[in-house]
Design a protein around this ligand. Structure first.
Ligand SMILES: O=C(O)C[C@H](O)C(=O)O
Ligand code: SF4
Length: 567
C-alpha cells in the first residue's frame, strides 16, 4: 500500500482545514435562524468568514486540532502494523506543516511531544469487515468541547429537571441537561453524539461514534429518531446561543445510538462537539493505498450564508462575510478587514438590546463610537489605562491594537508563584494556544483562536491584581472570583469568537518574542503585535457578567422541560 501514507496525510489536511458540506449546511441553517445584528448573529458571521479563510489558506479551522481519532475498517489480510506506521508518519508531517497543532502532552510532566505522537496518541481503532475496501474515518475534536462531554447514570435528579428515570423520558432530560451544562464553553452552537447503555467506556465510545453519522441522516431506530427531532426542536429554546452570548441557536445536530447495558447500570453518555465539527473519511484501495472516494461531502462551494428574511443588517467591514462564505473561499485579492465581522460596517457594534440587568453604557471615550442598542465599538491600544477599562460595559466591542501576550493553563499556574518575564502593567493576556511555524524569518502564526477561559478561574483574579493586567481575552467566560477582581482592580473580560483561528491569526501582524518554550508551543507565552483584534466585553469592572446572566436565564428555561414528554 505504497500510497497509504499520502492518502492519510491528505485526509488529515482536508479534515483540519475544510469544514464538510453537511456541517456547513447546518451552520447556514443556524445563521438563518439568528438575527444577524445580534452578538450571536455577528459571531456566526465571523465563524462563516473563518470557515472560508481556513479553506482558502489550507490552514486549521481552529487552532486546537484535538486528539486525532481514527476509526478504520479493514478486510482480512491487511497489515495493520504497517498502516499504523504510515498513520504516525502522516501525523508527524501534518504537524510539521502546521496542519495540526502539537497536542500530545505527557500527563505527568506536562511535556509536549511536539509531533502529536505519544502514549495513546493518536487514537486508532481497527476493526475487520467483510468488504474489500479500507474505510478510514478521522475526527479532530478539540479539548474545550471534549471537556463538555458528560455521562449520566440513571436514575438521577437533574438540576431544574427533577427525576430522570431509566426510560426514554429520563434520556430526554439528560440530553437537554447536557446542552445546558455546556453553555457556550464548548463553542456553541454545537453538535452532540449520544450513547445510551454500555459501560462507562463503551457508552462514551458509542456517543463519539454517533458523530461520524451524517448531519442530515435519519435514525434507523424510530423512537430514537423521534427523540432526535424533539431535541432539535427544543434545545434551542434554552437561549444559550453562539458562544453562550444568548440567542436562538445553541444546537446544530443531535445523533443518538443505543447498545445493551448491565442490569445494574444505565448510562447516558454525551459527546459534545463544537461548531468546528471536523470529521472526514476516505475509502482506500487495499493494494495501492490510493483514495478511491471521500466519504463526506466536501465543503468547497457550500455556502454558510444562511438565507434570512431581508433585514436592515449593516454588512461587516471589508468584503462582506456572506460573499466570502458563499464563495467558500476568500478571493485572492481579498483584504481581510481590520475591523472584524463582530463590528458592523457602519462602525456600529452588535445592536443587541441592552443585556438584561446591565446599566446603559457610560459616556463613550474618545476612541468609542456608539452603536444602536446601547453597545459601542471602542478602539484601544496597549498598555491600557484603568480609566479606559472602567469606561467599558458588557456588550461593548473592543478593537485592540498593540502587544498582547498569550497565556493559558501552564503559564497561569507558573505566575502564581513566580515573576513574569515581561511587564504586564496595563497589559492584555490572551487565553490562546496558537499553531506556530518557524522559518528563517522567525515565527509565523498559523492559527490563533481563544481557548476556554474557565480553566483559569482558580488563578485569574490573583494574577490580574499581582501584575496589573487590564484585560483578559478568551471564550466561554469566567466565574465570580475573576468578576470580583475585575471590579476591585479595574479590568475586563473580552470574549473572542471560539474557533475563529484564521480570523484572529490575520490580526496578528508580528511575533515579537516568546517565553517558556519549555511548556510547548500551545502553552508558551507568545508576545504578539496585533491590529484590529475585536472581542466583546462580556464581564466588566462594574460587576456585570453576560455569562452569569445567560446561565441564569437558560436555567429558568431548562426548568420548563421538567414535565414528562415521552411516556
Ligand atoms: O486548546 C485550545 O486551543 C482550545 C480548546 O479546544 C478549547 O476549546 O478550550
Ligand atoms: S476552541 Fe472551540 S472550536 Fe476550537 S476545538 Fe475548542 S471548542 Fe472547538
Amino acid at each position: 500500500m505504497q500510497h497509504f501514507e499520502e492518502s492519510i496525510y491528505n485526509l488529515i489536511v482536508e479534515t483540519s482545514t475544510n469544514l464538510p458540506g453537511d456541517v456547513r449546511r447546518a451552520v447556514a441553517k443556524g445563521r438563518a435562524l439568528e438575527d444577524r445584528a445580534t452578538r450571536s448573529g455577528l459571531a456566526l458571521t465571523t465563524i462563516a468568514q473563518n470557515i472560508g479563510m481556513a479553506e482558502h489558506q489550507v490552514s486549521p479551522i481552529c487552532q486546537d486540532t484535538g486528539m486525532p481519532t481514527f476509526i478504520i475498517h479493514t478486510p482480512v489480510g491487511v497489515n495493520q502494523i504497517e498502516m499504523k506506521k504510515d498513520i504516525h508518519s502522516a501525523i508527524i508531517r501534518a504537524t510539521k506543516n502546521g496542519k495540526l497543532r502539537p497536542n500530545s502532552v505527557d500527563s505527568l510532566t506536562g511535556e509536549n511531544s511536539g509531533d502529536n505522537l505519544g502514549a495513546g496518541t493518536p487514537v486508532i481503532h481497527f476493526e475487520q469487515w467483510e468488504e474489500e475496501g479500507i474505510d478510514v474515518r478521522l475526527i479532530l475534536k478539540g479539548g474545550g468541547c471534549e471537556n463538555k462531554n458528560i455521562q449520566y447514570s440513571l436514575p438521577a435528579e437533574l438540576e431544574g429537571l427533577g427525576k430522570a428515570g431509566r426510560d426514554l423520558d429520563g434520556i430526554r432530560k439528560c440530553i437537554l441537561h447536557a446542552v445546558y451544562q455546556a453553555q457556550g464553553q464548548g463553542c456553541s452552537a454545537g453538535f452532540i453524539g449520544v450513547g445510551i447503555g454500555g459501560d462507562r467506556t463503551t457508552g462514551y465510545e458509542l456517543a463519539k461514534k454517533q458523530l461520524f453519522r451524517k448531519v442530515e441522516d435519519v435514525n434507523t431506530n424510530a423512537d430514537l429518531g423521534k427523540l432526535e427531532d424533539y431535541i432539535m426542536e427544543n434545545a434551542n429554546k434554552l437561549g444559550i446561543g453562539t458562544m453562550g452570548f444568548g440567542g436562538e441557536v445553541t444546537l446544530l445536530g443531535c445523533k443518538i445510538g443505543v447498545m445493551n447495558r448491565l442490569p445494574a447500570s444505565f448510562f447516558v453518555s454525551v459527546a459534545y462537539n463544537c461548531w468546528a465539527f471536523r470529521r472526514q473519511g476516505i475509502l482506500v484501495h487495499p493494494a495501492t493505498g490510493d483514495i478511491k472516494e471521500w466519504l463526506y461531502e466536501s465543503g468547497t462551494g457550500i455556502s454558510v450564508e444562511g438565507e434570512q428574511a431581508p433585514q436592515p443588517v449593516a454588512e461587516p467591514v471589508g468584503i462582506a462575510a456572506a460573499d466570502r462564505a458563499a464563495s467558500g473561499i476568500v478571493p485572492e485579492d481579498a483584504t481581510i478587514p481590520a475591523a472584524p465581522a463582530i463590528v458592523s460596517g457602519t462602525g456600529e457594534a452588535a445592536s443587541e438590546p441592552a443585556v438584561p440587568g446591565h446599566g446603559a453604557a457610560s459616556e463613550p471615550t474618545a476612541a468609542a463610537s456608539t452603536g444602536s442598542g446601547g453597545s459601542r465599538e471602542v478602539r484601544l491600544s496597549t498598555p491600557i489605562s484603568e480609566e479606559d477599562i472602567r469606561s467599558l460595559r458588557v456588550g461593548d466591542v473592543v478593537i485592540l491594537s498593540g502587544e498582547m501576550h498569550t497565556g493559558r493553563d501552564a503559564l497561569h499556574k507558573y505566575l502564581m508563584d513566580h515573576d513574569t518575564p515581561v511587564d504586564l502593567n496595563g497589559a492584555v493576556i490572551y487565553h490562546c494556544g496558537p499553531v506556530m511555524l518557524k522559518d528563517d524569518e522567525g515565527w509565523h502564526v498559523k492559527a490563533a483562536g481563544p481557548t476556554t477561559s474557565i480553566r483559569e478561574e482558580p488563578y485569574q483574579g490573583d494574577i490580574i491584581k499581582k501584575f496589573g493586567i487590564r484585560a483578559v481575552i478568551g471564550k466561554g467566560g469566567m466565574g465570580p472570583k475573576t468578576l470580583k477582581a475585575l471590579g476591585e482592580h479595574g479590568g475586563v473580560y473580552l470574549n473572542a469568537i471560539g474557533g475563529a483561528a484564521q480570523y484572529y491569526a490575520e490580526c496578528i501582524k508580528k511575533v515579537n518574542a516568546v517565553d517558556f518554550m519549555e511548556f510547548g508551543i500551545p502553552e508558551a507565552m507568545w508576545h504578539l503585535q496585533v491590529e484590529g483584534f475585536a472581542a466583546i466585553v462580556t464581564m466588566d469592572a462594574h460587576g456585570n457578567s453576560l455569562h452569569a446572566d445567560v446561565e441564569k436565564d437558560s436555567a429558568a428555561k431548562l426548568a420548563q422541560f421538567r414535565e414528562p414528554v415521552f411516556k
